[in-house]
Design a protein around this ligand. Sequence first.
Ligand SMILES: *[C@@H]1O[C@H](CO)[C@@H](O)[C@H](O)[C@H]1NC(C)=O
Ligand SMILES: *[C@@H]1O[C@H](CO)[C@@H](O)[C@H](O)[C@H]1NC(C)=O
Length: 472
Amino acid sequence: MDYIFLSIIFTICLFTIITFFLFRSTTRRITRLPPGNVGLPFIGETLQLISAYKTQNPEPFIDSRVKKYGTVFTTHVFGERTIFSADPEINRFILQNEGRLFESSYPGSISNLVGRHSLLLMRGCLHRRMHSLIMSFANATIIKDHLLVDIDRLVRLNLDSWTGCVLLMEEAKKITFELTLKQLLSIDPCEWTENLRKIYMRVIEGFFCIPSPIFSITYRRAIQARKRVAEEFSLVVRERRRERERRMKKNDMLAALFDSDGDGVGFSDDEIVDFLVSLLVAGYDTTSTTMTLAVKFLTDTPLALAQLKKEHEEIRAKKGESVSLEWEDYKSMPFTQCVINETLRVSNIISGVFRRTMTDVDIKGYRLPKGSKVFTSLRAVHLGQDYFKNARIFDPWRWQKPLDPTHFMPFGGGPRRCPGYELARVALSVFLHHLVTRFSWEPAEEDKLVFFPTTRTQKRYPIFVERRSKVV
Ligand SMILES: *[C@@H]1O[C@H](CO)[C@@H](O)[C@H](O)[C@H]1NC(C)=O
Ligand SMILES: *[C@@H]1O[C@H](CO)[C@@H](O)[C@H](O)[C@H]1NC(C)=O
């Protein structure tokens, strides 16, 4: 651990020194930046950031600075001066002006992992095209008519095998991985998917280490694992191209990607593979963590769990013998939607997004020079006492009254809003439905939330499950 930590610090220093000398001349322009502290030379406040998040408080770093400087402040983390925003209006402004004043900006280490052609790194019209492609693949109509059947079936299939003590986080990951592969490539769970998942887990680990290709073993392993996943996908893509020539059609993301060839500018296999890998990244970890945390919050809030159970038992009672959930069932779970929103609000797996100014930008009396790094903290708003009463407490009932939509953006906003938001909601709802109607459970061990480098529970949330004798 110490070894990794040292190499992180060393790399940060190295990069900072290089950036410092390269860009010294350009940062000297006269500007009015938000107040703040850029910390030590070179490493800035990076160490404060890392150590702050070792506590159980979800936003220690931002909280203390907001108290001192207000909701926008300047700091210096991960090698670069960065403007943090914990202000709902500014956040909205930044997200809405994507492509005009701001563009997404991620470090090279991330792009190596997701691939050059990933949605995260695409800009301009290619991004628009891909974004709308996913939207039209995962919109409500398509989920209703096609995807829901598989979500329901795969969730039930997974729950069938649960007995005794299960690590909820692992089980949830298995479910979302299988769902994603089914939706992207029409591949049902089998030995191949299970092997691929094991390789893929190493890619994910790479996101959570602060990367340095030279020093970090985890990161190097992640890059290798990514290559293997991409190779496996390439084989599938090639096979499917052959099938297509024989006019065999499937209804999945890959087919949609092939079909968009029709515009005259087709995608190469490499582009398609990168794109698929990045969608797997997007769909897998976030949804499974949210599933786990929803169950943890419910377990810790028995009244909410009781009300959720009642809602789902009523749905069950109406359905008689039919076990599978339909769209109408999904649409009649108002309290479940409150639970999901509240889980997203309290935990928000993606705590915020990075942007870079494309030109000098004036916001609220400040001038951010062209090329400034900006961090839009979505979670800081979700957890802000000014926007939500008792903001740090899990209270699903607060959603029964209308709330200001600008204070809640768990999927981001603007043109880059996560296109899978509805799909994630449906998967969560179906999972909760089958879980509460089939099982009762209790935590097997004390487990707690940690927030760095991402939100999760420390022990992957082990629970004892017991099958309920007869469902309603
Ligand atoms: C969803 O996308 C399909 C095309 O893939 C389109 O026909 C349909 O109108 C869209 N539905 C909604 C609700 O946007
Ligand atoms: C949950 O949040 C979404 C915004 O992401 C909102 O449209 C919806 O109305 C909210 N649901 C409830 C029950 O408040």
